[in-house]
Write a protein that binds this ligand. Structure first.
Ligand code: UD1
Ligand code: UDP
Length: 357
């Protein structure tokens, strides 16, 4: 039995192609949902759209502090894994759910595979960085989305366990892009924004500085707002201010088909999301990244991703200049660092070769 451990929106997107590939190969599998993301539009919608079967268990570990959430997920996982005794667990990305899965599986001596291993932002103040480091060091086999991630793992002495497969999110993007409605006419180009990271939501002044930046963008900005960000704007009394920005269109979080449709008609993506900043290169819209972190180094070096500090006027001026120059990039001119959209197949082959299946 193979057990997938997931709990967050981007993990459902990563899980879908691998689940289907393992199913095609005839392996028995089930899914444990930690409950970290629990709203219908943060969870169920992805299972429905991506044809993923319902989880066998939901641990209801969402909400609370990092430690509370991780501890709850660990306690629940221990019980379910002891009961189910899987031969392999598969972990995805960099969330508290992933961390909980890595620690519990290691202590129960259940082999673990980590999908999206190796990215580093070189800053332990970033909670996702901590989760990734621990998970990569505990897992038995590591699947990297790009060459930079593989190199990071080699530097940490994990080269033996690591395989480069390309980005599994690209598998999903390609399958959904076929279904998503075709790009709109040029005059309908928008800025697509997502905003959820702790660094950008934990402080009122930081949130205000992001709103000021949106005000200064000359385009229509469509923002499917993460529930964390909505709650923080409300708590700081900033929601009315945000809603009053004429070019700012706040919508509820969208499913993946809608998200791909939006990104595929964007001239610019403004985000602090690891996943969305990488997907910008699939969708053909350059990316303004609202954190001074080294995400996706190849894209940053190419000038595709421009990181900036919303609280520094010089940095904001640069960001606005980047935004004013942005236009849709045709498919043949988009950077291609993240594989060929067949990551799931490569992962299954590597697991078989390593005798983990
Ligand atoms: C988490 C992950 C992050 C990942 C992101 C994907 C950690 C440390 N962070 O960040 O790595 O990039 O998921 O989106 O694991 N909330 C709701 N409804 C939901 C989900 C969340 O209302 O369905 C609210 C809750 O108040 C919750 C808060 O959002 O406390 C934050 O959620 P959480 O999962 O802790 O953090 P994310 O920002 O989603
Ligand atoms: N996404 C989505 N709907 C939204 C916002 C994001 O489907 O309203 C997708 C997005 O395209 C990407 C993934 O969710 O595939 C990224 O999730 P998120 O930004 O929450 O997490 P991160 O990538 O920062 O871990």
């Amino acid at each position: 039995m193979i057990t997938h451990i997931v709990g967050n929106r981007p993990q459902f997107i990563k899980l879908a192609p691998l689940y289907h590939e393992l199913e095609k190969a005839g392996y028995e599998q089930n899914i444990i949902h930690s409950g970290q993301h629990y709203d219908e539009n943060m969870s169920d919608v992805f299972f429905e759209e991506l044809g993923i079967p319902a989880p066998c268990t939901n641990l209801l570990a969402g909400g609370g502090s990092h430690a509370q959430m991780t501890a709850k997920a660990m306690t629940g996982l221990e019980e379910v894994l002891l009961d189910g005794k899987p031969d392999l667990v598969i972990l995805y990305g960099d969330t508290n759910t992933t961390l909980a899965g890595a620690v519990v599986a290691a202590k129960l001596c259940i082999p673990a595979a980590h999908v999206e291993a190796g990215p580093r932002v070189h800053d332990k103040a970033n909670p996702e960085e901590c989760n990734r480091i621990v998970t990569d060091h505990l897992a038995d086999i590591l699947f990297c989305p790009d060459a930079v991630s593989l190199e990071n793992l080699r530097r940490e002495g994990l080269g033996q366990e690591a395989h480069i497969t390309g980005d599994i999110m690209y598998d999903t993007y390609l399958s959904i892009a076929k279904k998503a409605s075709a790009g709109q006419a040029a005059q309908d180009e928008i800025v697509v924004m997502t905003w959820h990271r702790q660094e950008n939501t934990a402080d009122r002044e930081r949130m205000e500085s992001i709103l000021r930046l949106v005000e200064r963008l000359e385009s229509r900005v469509v923002c499917p707002l993460h529930p964390r960000t909505r709650k923080c704007l409300e708590n700081y009394g900033l929601m009315e201010r945000a809603a009053a920005i004429p070019n700012f269109e706040i919508i509820e979080p969208v499913g993946y088909v809608e998200m791909v449709t939006l990104m595929n008609r964007a001239k610019l993506i403004l985000t602090d999301s690891g996943g969305v900043s990488k997907e910008s290169s699939y969708a053909g819209a350059k990316c303004l990244f609202m954190l001074e972190l080294d995400v996706w180094e190849d894209l940053a070096r190419d000038g595709w991703i421009h990181k900036f500090n919303p609280q520094d006027e010089g940095s904001v001026a640069e960001a606005l200049r980047f935004a004013s120059l942005a236009e849709r990039v045709p498919p043949e001119e988009r950077p291609r660092y993240y594989g060929d959209g067949h990551a799931a197949e490569k992962i299954v082959r590597a697991l078989e070769a390593a005798k983990l299946l």
